[in-house]
Design a protein around this ligand. Structure first.
Ligand code: PHB
Length: 391
């Protein structure tokens, strides 16, 4: 008889434990963060997570009565297989309610089918190849698309006396999108493309490409490279080979003058004109509060860039959606709640397009200037309500 009693109490104990687990599970919302936290793209993860933490500092770690918990995973670089494995583990073992992060396109694309299969909302905080949001109905993107940020600089160039352009882009999704969008808009504006080249994503050596461009004597280069180290290397080559002296201007998306590396690139960037959705110098109370809080949470060594804002706004979208669903993390309900969502971001007003689940936002034309606080992208023209022109 005794052992029956023992078994009974074990079962009862187990049941109590299960109930306790359930209560805990109901009180916690888990975000699986897949980011690049090591290797040459390590700033991507750092910036995105830094922005997420900034949001949580300003808005607390509870929403709709539930505690937000972030599970951080390092994908290490452009590594689709690793991203996929991490997403699988997060969904099946950790039972996350959201998949978030994604600095690089190949990592986002690899995870899209898992979001679909698990019906888990996937919030893209940077990866910017246009096609990504079409790969799962559970994807919402708060960052940008390359065609969206490229078209304005192409029109600006055509309107401002630039006639012949050589395009240089990184040879993967966002670069190919940028190249296509620039060529179309620049030609539509009356410009001529004199050459196009694609550079490798991993370990690029820019000198031969830069020489080739110099020999073609264009009025300007249009450049897209993923933010960070690559821009530093390119700017070095551009200066060393004397392109500015040869009268060849540099036009680019703002990835190149990323706030996180602008100081490291130094004075060769002065006067550089770019189009983009975020500058740390953006003049608004929301941005001032964001930059200040970012420094308090992450230290002031690293200036927040557009990826930090992506992390911040991704959290804002999640919090606002959860408020609308009353804390339900049901994938369909969350995505429905995010569609049409309007936010006042540190970059300016944004909206999640209910049709594409991409972000509609103001794109700014900016120029690098030296201010009392160092080098900054100073906005001088703005184009409100920009969508991806290809969608
Ligand atoms: C991307 O891989 O989608 C990506 C990465 C860095 C950027 C822009 C896009 O600056």
């Amino acid at each position: 008889m005794k052992w029956i009693h023992a078994v009974r109490s074990v079962i009862a104990g187990g049941a109590i434990l299960a109930v306790a687990n359930l209560a805990q599970a109901q009180g916690v919302i888990k975000l699986g963060l897949i980011g690049e936290f090591s290797g040459p793209f390590a700033q991507y993860g750092q910036q995105i997570y830094g922005g997420m933490k900034t949001y949580m500092k300003l808005h607390g770690d509870t929403v709709a009565g539930k505690k937000i918990e972030v599970i951080q995973k390092d994908v290490g670089g452009p590594a689709p297989d690793v991203a996929k494995r991490l997403a699988q583990e997060l969904v099946t073992r950790d039972k996350v309610d959201f998949l978030v992060g994604f600095g690089l396109t190949p990592n986002a694309l690899a995870v899209a089918p898992i979001a679909t299969e698990a019906k888990v909302p996937m919030v893209i905080m940077n990866a910017a190849t246009s096609i990504i949001t079409t790969k799962s109905p559970y994807i919402v993107r708060v960052s940008m698309t390359l065609p969206q940020i490229t078209q304005p600089i192409a029109f600006w160039a055509a309107k401002n006396g630039v006639k012949r352009v050589y395009t240089v882009v990184a040879d993967y999704g966002p670069g190919i999108d940028a190249e296509g969008a620039f060529i179309k808009a620049f030609k539509d504006g009356g410009g001529e493309i004199v050459g196009s080249v694609r550079t490798p994503l991993q370990n690029p050596e820019y000198a031969p490409f830069i020489q080739r461009v110099k020999d073609a004597k264009p009025d300007a280069i249009f450049l897209f490279l993923p933010a960070g180290e690559q821009g530093i290397a390119f700017m070095k080559g551009y200066k060393e080979r004397g392109l500015a002296e040869a009268g060849i201007k540099l036009l680019a998306t703002g990835d190149i003058t990323d706030d996180g590396v602008l100081e490291a690139m130094g004075d060769p960037t002065l006067g550089l004109i770019t189009s983009f959705h975020y500058s740390a110098a953006h003049d608004s109370p929301e941005n001032k509060a964001f930059v200040k809080a970012y420094g308090e949470v992450n230290g002031t060594k690293l200036r927040p860039n557009f990826m930090a804002v992506g992390g911040y706004d991704g959290m804002a979208a999640i919090y606002e959606a959860l408020k609308k669903t009353g804390g339900s993390t049901d994938g369909e309900k969350v995505v429905a709640a995010m569609k049409g969502l309007k936010l006042v971001s540190p970059r300016g007003p944004i909206m999640i397009d209910p049709d594409t689940r991409d972000v509609v936002q103001t794109i700014y034309i900016r120029k690098v200037e030296k201010t009392s606080g160092g080098l900054y992208n100073i906005e001088f023209e703005k184009l409100p309500d920009q969508k991806d022109p290809g969608k």
